[in-house]
Design a protein around this ligand. Structure first.
Ligand code: GDP
Length: 437
């Protein structure tokens, strides 16, 4: 789903760059590109239409926020609408609980059961699994092999024909376990006896959660499956498997919409560790090529809380050496500079490689040199002529070249930041306002 959809979406949004007003033709074109990309990724047509309508309406009717370019305005709307299509972020509790796994044969249910055992085990919980799939020969041995590898107890009885009895015995056998994952039988297609059996298992287990396992390559059939299981036991979370093997994956979104639930986990490989928590904001941000905006916004907020960036001055377009130092300090607190910058929506901004190269050692050197500057010089670096540079070098125990390097770095940063959003302004605050919604 990620790659091809992501590329089409990025291309579609790129077309808006440089536009001064939101015009209907441009929005129509974007929405058409978006529709094509989503339908190619197997997203249900009805969902796509609903999404298109909301994006069109909002892009044309909502006022262009002050200081925001057309591209970012529309990008933000596309982002928010796609996130809401994914459903709210699913919570995964770390309390004692029982999870019932539903899904058709071959969807990846047994593998996912083992992966979940691993997930909760890593969180420090006592985990166990029950295999009541006595329909597929080998299901028990498969789960047993996987669970034995991670020392997780499993209950099953391949000779017992009655799945309900297996579940009852399993619950007794695993009564000391905090998290129980119940793997149920899948059939080739949705047969009535499968639905009947899972309803009875559900009644006995009274699970905390009922998760539906869906193969990412399934396409539109996902919707019918989801509906049947949802009507039978009430699905409250979806696990999409085999995301590593398909360019599509949109069918699973239909399952989410059908069950009014959310994607909880994504399976991304055959080994027991190939399971990822699903986080809609990050997923969509990456898909739109915007980096992980939510993570960035949160980290930026953390830094801002204790930070003393002169955001007001910077909003006026003033960027002094003092600002640069504070920015570097703030960015440094947020993590490696390169990683932080890769999360920024730097769209058209051309960041010279040297900007990334500033290490904490270098920053410490910059700080020492700046300590030898007067307040006036920090506020107005154009004052820094040859004699002042010599004085600063002497005062800080650095060479003249070091001071010149600092000034060069400052100028490069200033130029780069001027290019940011074309407005000559760069501030976390402004960026947070843009993307925090
Ligand atoms: P079940 O019949 O629903 O229990 O399905 P299984 O757990 O036996 O999985 C069916 C096949 O899909 C197996 O070959 C698994 O190794 C494979 N599989 C499961 N999850 C994933 C995944 O996330 N990625 C990949 N590549 N293969 C998976």
């Amino acid at each position: 789903m990620l790659d091809s959809l992501s590329n089409s979406l990025k291309d579609a949004v790129k077309k808006l760059a440089g536009k001064a007003v939101v015009d209907r033709a441009a929005v129509d074109e974007l929405v058409r590109d978006l529709q094509r990309a989503l339908i190619q990724a197997d997203v249900n047509v009805k969902l796509v239409m609903g999404l298109s309508q909301s994006i069109k309406k909002r892009a044309l009717e909502e006022e262009l926020p002050k200081g925001m370019g057309v591209r970012d305005h529309v990008l933000r709307i596309v982002y928010q609408e796609l996130v809401s299509l994914m459903g709210p972020e699913a919570e995964v509790s770390l309390k004692p609980q029982t999870i019932l796994m539903a899904g058709l044969q071959g969807s990846g249910k047994t593998t996912t059961t083992a992966k979940l055992c691993r997930y909760f085990q890593r969180k420090g919980l006592k985990v166990g699994a029950i295999c009541c799939d006595n329909f597929r020969p080998g299901a028990f041995t498969q789960l047993q092999t996987l669970c034995q590898r991670i020392n997780v107890p499993i209950y099953g009885d391949p000779k017992e024909k009655d799945a309900l009895r297996i579940v009852k015995n399993g619950l007794t056998a695993l009564r000391d376990v905090e998290v129980i994952i119940v793997d149920t039988a899948g059939r080739h297609a949705l047969e009535d006896d499968l639905i009947e059996e899972i309803m009875q298992i559900n009644a006995i287990v009274k699970p905390s959660h009922r998760w539906l396992v869906i193969d990412a390559a399934l396409g539109q059939a996902a919707r019918d499956q989801a509906r049947r299981f949802h009507e039978a036991i009430g699905i409250d979370g979806v696990v999409i498997t085999k995301m590593d093997g398909t360019a599509k994956g949109g069918g699973a979104l239909s399952a989410v919409a059908e069950t009014n639930s959310s994607i909880v986990f994504i399976g991304s490989g055959e080994t027991i560790d190939d399971l990822e928590r699903f986080e809609p904001n990050g997923f969509i941000s990456r898909m739109l090529g915007m980096g992980d905006l939510k993570a960035l916004v949160e980290r930026a907020e953390d830094v801002m809380e204790g930070g003393d960036l002169d955001v007001n001055a910077m909003l006026k377009g003033k960027f002094t050496l003092k600002d640069m130092y504070k920015q570097l300090e703030a960015l440094n607190k947020m993590g490696p500079l390169k990683q932080v910058l890769s999360m920024l929506p730097l769209g058209g901004m051309n960041v010279p490689n040297e900007v990334y190269d500033v290490t904490s050692v270098k920053m410490e050197r910059y700080r020492i040199m700046m300590d030898s500057m007067t307040d006036d010089e920090m506020d107005d670096p154009s004052l820094l002529g040859t004699s002042r540079i010599h004085r600063i070098a002497m005062g800080s125990g650095s060479s003249v070249d070091d001071v010149r390097e600092l000034i060069k770095y400052y100028k490069m940063m200033q130029r780069a930041l001027k290019g940011f959003k074309g407005g000559g302004r760069f501030s976390m605050n402004r960026m947070m306002k843009q993307f925090g919604g």
